[in-house]
Design a protein around this ligand. Structure first.
Ligand SMILES: Cc1cc2nc3c(=O)[nH]c(=O)nc-3n(C[C@H](O)[C@H](O)[C@H](O)COP(=O)(O)O)c2cc1C
Length: 345
């Protein structure tokens, strides 16, 4: 494993220890292709989260939208880690005109015990895994959806559920079309290969061959996954018989009223909160960003939404036995500590 799990450590006391603990949790956020496009600097009781553009996907994510969503997910996780220690995070999110790659500054001064709900979310940080395939036919808990909609709204985003069979079929078809378009793009395929290390690799980033199925899993309707193996036979053996069909699960879109770095950070915070909340209900998520990476297909979805909001990511939620592996670079390789006094802004 890339990081020492926060739960296994003695509780941090000094500001330096708190920073290491917080960043050691934040790195477990999901990120596109597990690029982990973040860096952190810490000074006293303040952590600054920076987007690491050297890890941006220049082909699939030209605008840096998914990079900022990933950083937003890391931000939410960092705040939750502070709450787990009983600190109340004070957050200043983008934009910082002096440095557009600063995502947020986090400070901690006041204390208040974490709630049971916060502790339950925190417990899922290192356990949650992205699922890539179909789900069991068990319907998710009805209370889950209400909780997830509330989670999304807390970050100025919405979780839009495809209720009808027709809406699910349309989103599946758009995802399939996007996947086929991207597979035909040589630059896209090269970039994907660069983030798909071979089995047995010692890399602590990229999508591990132990985290996707070797054969695409049948599901209804069919939402294709990314082609990480690219015909090289990598991936996990199928958990179900090849002929058995699973379900796509609850199909949802995370949407924002505006589009731009601040909205993307919001979407990332909402995403991680939704993923962790789902995990507390025993529900896993499959993430699909292909349909929002092809501009005109994203516009087609937007037109279907009909209220001018912007789709940021498609999620499928459901129950499944998971055996995926996920790796991270440890806090020490993404955190720079300085003895400086934090700026008084
Ligand atoms: C913005 C964003 C887009 C993503 N898009 C996809 C996707 O299209 N397909 C996929 O399989 N996973 C996608 N993921 C999930 C990442 O691949 C996953 O978070 C990463 O590999 C780390 O694995 P973990 O979530 O199991 O810890 C996405 C994650 C984020 C934050």
């Amino acid at each position: 494993m890339g990081s020492v799990l926060p739960q296994e450590r003695r509780l941090p006391r000094t500001a330096d220890e708190v920073a290491t603990y917080v960043v050691g949790s934040a790195v477990w956020a999901p990120s596109v292709h597990n690029t982990q496009p973040w860096r952190f600097t810490a000074a006293g009781a303040e952590i600054t989260l920076h987007a690491d553009v050297s890890r941006q996907l220049r082909v699939a994510d030209m605008q840096g939208r998914e990079m900022m969503i990933s950083c937003g997910a890391a931000l939410f996780t960092a705040k939750l880690a502070l709450r787990s220690l009983g600190y109340v995070p004070e957050t200043r999110v983008l934009p910082d005109p002096a440095d557009p790659l600063i995502v947020a500054r986090l400070r901690w001064r006041r204390q208040a015990s974490p709630t049971v709900a916060e502790e339950r979310l925190f417990d899922q940080i290192t356990r949650r895994r992205t699922h890539r395939g179909g789900f069991e036919p068990l319907p998710p808990d009805p209370g889950l959806l209400e909780a997830l909609r509330h989670d999304a709204a807390e970050h100025r985003t919405a979780l839009r559920v495809a209720i009808t069979d027709q809406a699910r079929a349309v989103l599946a078809a758009i995802t399939d079309m996007a996947e086929q378009i991207e597979r035909l793009d040589a630059a896209y395929a090269r970039e994907l290969t660069a983030w798909a290390p071979p089995p047995g690799s010692t890399r602590l980033d990229g999508v591990s061959a132990s985290s996707y199925p070797a054969r695409p899993e049948l599901m209804s309707p069919y939402f294709p996954g990314r082609d990480f193996a690219a015909g090289r036979g990598w991936g996990l053996p199928s958990a179900t018989a090849i002929s058995a069909s699973r379900f796509a699960g609850l199909v949802c879109l995370v949407t924002t009223p505006a589009d731009g770095p601040a909205a993307w950070v919001d979407a990332g915070q909402a995403l991680q909160r939704i993923l962790l909340r789902s995990a507390t209900f025993g529900v896993a998520a499959a993430l699909h960003s292909q349909p929002v990476e092809v501009g005109w297909l994203r516009e087609a979805i937007r037109a279907q939404l009909g209220d001018g909001s912007y789709p940021q990511l498609l999620l499928r939620l459901g129950t499944v036995l998971q055996n995926a592996v996920s790796l991270r670079r440890p806090a020490e390789s993404v955190l720079t500590k300085s003895r400086g006094i934090p700026s008084a802004d």
